[in-house]
Design a protein around this ligand. Structure first.
Ligand code: ACO
Length: 399
């Protein structure tokens, strides 16, 4: 292998790869992805197996610590998280400062960053116990503040974590419990969410994860790094696509359901419109998560007795795109976000919370990648550039 640093010193040549389409940024043992074959594995386990047989906390533990937990380790992990679900009351003053109309992802990024103010001590990554506590703290507090972004947008009082139920059940009660009475989450909804969180839990060096690793590489703390991951995820070319997909499907529905018209728009190079939920930087065959989600969407809607014309439009659009030469020649297939919004909608999750749902699912992946980056003692991320600006200019004031 060529030592790229020696090559640069000897020749002055650097690699230019905008968008890092062909640049590896690290070695990782966490997630295996084969874009040609449509394979996704966490720590060697297939995504299909994990989505069917594991629960979200088990998968979180697997990603972060490298092995599936024993029953005792899982209980300990769950209890560790419960210990850290109280969020400092002063955080509420910060929430109060946001307008109700603020997008939940903006609020989530700010609140995650604000957690650093209440937890100022830098975690010692070489101390196993300290790391474990920091991980549990992040898993606990992030879930609570993620749901608070929704409560804030609705003007509802904020709910607290209920230590008598599980992590995903807690997501539901934190979101939807009213002060007037008890709340019990529908098990069908909990199962569906568990699966969705697992499917989103990690995806190697995607934009938000690379951001978390990059920010963490300067030895910024876990909350600060994750807050930047939330911001990266928000964009419509990444996690924000799930909201954009649903808005697009609604627009097609309102327009009379003419999918061909929107397909033509997506192919028109003079039109910035893209078919949201289609295409992927790495999957050039199919996204294995999309297959699982498509099946789950049909099952969830059937079980809950929800009839949604949006699902029919999604199916029609997918079929037309898969038969279209433009999409075929560019290997554009539905990605994980194409069907996830339909499930979220059936579960009663509001559209502008969709990307927050993605963030909750992706959290263990971000933590695992941050931890691996620090344990591997990776150097600070600092890419080079090709300068294309002015040569030296003599200063002459324009005043
Ligand atoms: N609709 C129409 N055309 C598309 C689409 C789309 N969704 N996606 C890619 N293309 C076209 C491009 O215009 C380009 O065409 P050209 O070769 O004629 O110029 C070609 O396919 C290659 O596209 P790139 O943008 O170069 O591919 P890249 O790997 O950079 O982008 C991305 C991947 C961002 C996912 C892109 O496919 C896209 O914008 N998709 C829609 C947004 C989306 O669904 N994002 C979620 C991704 S999954 C995730 O983050 C969880």
């Amino acid at each position: 292998a060529i030592d790229i640093n020696k090559l640069r010193d000897l020749t002055g040549i650097i690699t230019l790869d905008p968008g890092y389409k062909n640049s590896g940024s690290c070695k990782s043992e966490i997630t295996f992805l084969d874009g040609e074959e449509g394979i996704l594995r966490y720590r060697g386990y297939s995504i299909e197996d994990l989505a069917e047989k594991a629960n979200f906390l088990e998968v979180s533990y697997l990603l972060i610590f490298g092995e599936l937990p024993t029953a005792q380790q899982l209980e300990q992990f769950e209890n560790g998280i419960k210990k850290h679900t109280l969020v400092n009351e002063e955080m509420k003053n910060i929430i109060d400062g946001f307008p109700k109309t603020a997008h939940p992802m903006g609020v989530l990024s700010a609140l995650t960053s604000a957690l650093t103010a209440f937890n100022p001590k830098a975690v010692n990554v070489d101390n196993e116990k300290e790391m474990y506590e920091a991980i549990c703290k992040t898993m606990g507090k992030f879930l609570v503040i993620a749901t608070w972004t929704y409560r804030k947008s609705m003007g509802y009082p904020l709910n607290y974590y209920d230590n008598t139920t599980g992590y995903v059940e807690n997501f539901m009660q934190l979101m939807f419990k009213l002060p007037t009475g008890p709340y019990s989450a529908n098990p069908v909804v909990v199962d569906a969410l568990d699966k969705l969180f697992i499917l989103h839990a990690d995806h190697e060096q995607n934009c938000s994860t690379s951001t978390v690793r990059m920010v963490g590489s300067s030895h910024a703390g876990l909350f600060a790094s994750i807050s930047s991951g939330v911001s990266a995820l928000w964009g419509p070319l990444h996690g924000g696509a799930n909201q954009a997909v649903l808005e697009m499907l609604e627009e097609i529905n309102k327009d009379g359901g003419d999918t061909d018209k929107f397909l033509a728009k997506a192919k028109d190079k003079n039109d910035p419109f893209r078919l949201m939920g289609f295409g992927h930087r790495v999957y050039k065959n199919f996204d294995p998560r999309a297959k699982i989600i498509k099946k789950a969407a049909t099952e969830v809607l059937e079980t809950l007795g929800v009839e949604d014309p949006i699902l029919d439009i999604a199916r029609k659009l997918e079929k037309a795109a898969l038969e279209d030469d433009y999409f075929k020649s560019r290997n554009l297939y539905p990605n994980v976000d194409f069907y996830s919004g339909i499930i979220y909608r059936a579960l009663g999750i509001p559209t502008d919370m969709f990307t927050v749902m993605f963030a909750i699912g992706r959290l263990p992946g971000w933590i695992a990648q941050w931890k691996e980056m620090r344990e591997n003692k990776e150097p600070i991320g600092r890419p080079r550039q090709i300068y294309t600006g002015h040569p030296l200019r003599e200063f002459k004031s324009n005043k």
